[in-house]
Design a protein around this ligand. Sequence first.
Ligand SMILES: [Zn+2]
Length: 445
Amino acid sequence: MTADQATGLPEYPVNDPALLKLSPAELRDLQSERLRAMVHHVHRNAPFWRRRLDAAGIGPAGINGVRDVARLPTCTKADLLADQERDPPFGGYTCTPPAQWLKVFTTSGTAGKPLRRVFSRRDWRLILDWVARQPPLTGPGEIVVLTTPVDAMMGATVLTDAVQRRGGLVFQAGTRPDPQKVEAIAELRPAVVAGSPSYLLHLADVAEGAGIDLSRCGVRTVFAWGEPGCAVEATSRRLLERFGAGNLVDALGMTELMPLGGNCPYSADLHLSDDFVFVECLRPDRDEPVPPGHLGELTYTNMVGDTQPLLRYRSGDLGVLSDGSACACGSVGTRIVGSIQGRADDMIWYRGANIFPSAVEAVVRGMHDLGDEYRLVRSRDADTLTVQVESRARLDGPARAALGDAAAEALRGAIRERVPVQVLDPGSLPRADGLRKARRVVDRG
Ligand SMILES: [Zn+2]
């Protein structure tokens, strides 16, 4: 292993098949070695990290391996945004000089101000090498219709570069009006359509309105990201049915971090790439681990990446980590069981129970007479909660009331609380726009 001239970080192999066969002990050694190098790297090259590590009284010499990770301070998006404000435009946590950079993006800004992100050539190569070890999405000459914009968006750009590297073509339809996206799918007959689950379902509605049946357009794979959607069986079933696709690929990544993982053909669980990221599951309110098998905030430490690597980044996503047991596919690597449950900000406390939008989604999209859209409206004191949904067809008063009751009853079975359901006419709720994540929780005064 040779050290990278520019950064001092080793030149890690990504495509070595032996990496995927490491025993848990070997993997831990590899992670420990990478963590030691990473802490040295950020301490040497980034004022932000030097300040934080020094304040926590922990230097690179204090980190011998992943068992010491809890000695490192955690960080949040708010910390990074404040640092970019203080030290614009990319923040004092940036560890490489501009001459090494290749790509610049921001986060989507769904929740507040977007965070700026730069990647070096080395970072980008590692990312594309990582994608290359996943099952190929397309063969040479096959087309992907990408329904989200590429502009300064990391996920869509990785997808484009990775598909092109394998000889596939990407039709970047992200900024086109909805009907043009539908036409592109109908006319190009792509092997893959890519986008966020709710937006793809919306496009299927647009197609239906135009008399186009997207399930007959030759789509083999739906490639989705950005929502827990794919692990919600009702959503995944609707996506496969409406696009006539045989499989669904769910990608997990965060612009702040790197690609993190994705599902496998045998399970909806999200596999994490342990050589790329070390993950912990912490209590949402403090820096303490939750017991194995419990819900907590997923907190990531980059094992690779030289430009803006993060140590113990509290992602705001809640999930449950696997307990070391093997997936049906044979992998014993870390998995997020049944995908991400939701954002910590979106979890609703209601009459002593916590409710995730994804639980509501599973019920709504499991009912044939309901459309795809839904939202949870709560009063500011969180005392009352209403679920708004849409009927597939326009209904008269009694039919609407009966459907609302049936939905409330189905919800009670899923979340153990009876929440009133308001059934609206088709098209009443705001549509997902393909760029930002759909807002599922709305506060009313
Ligand atoms: Zn698996």
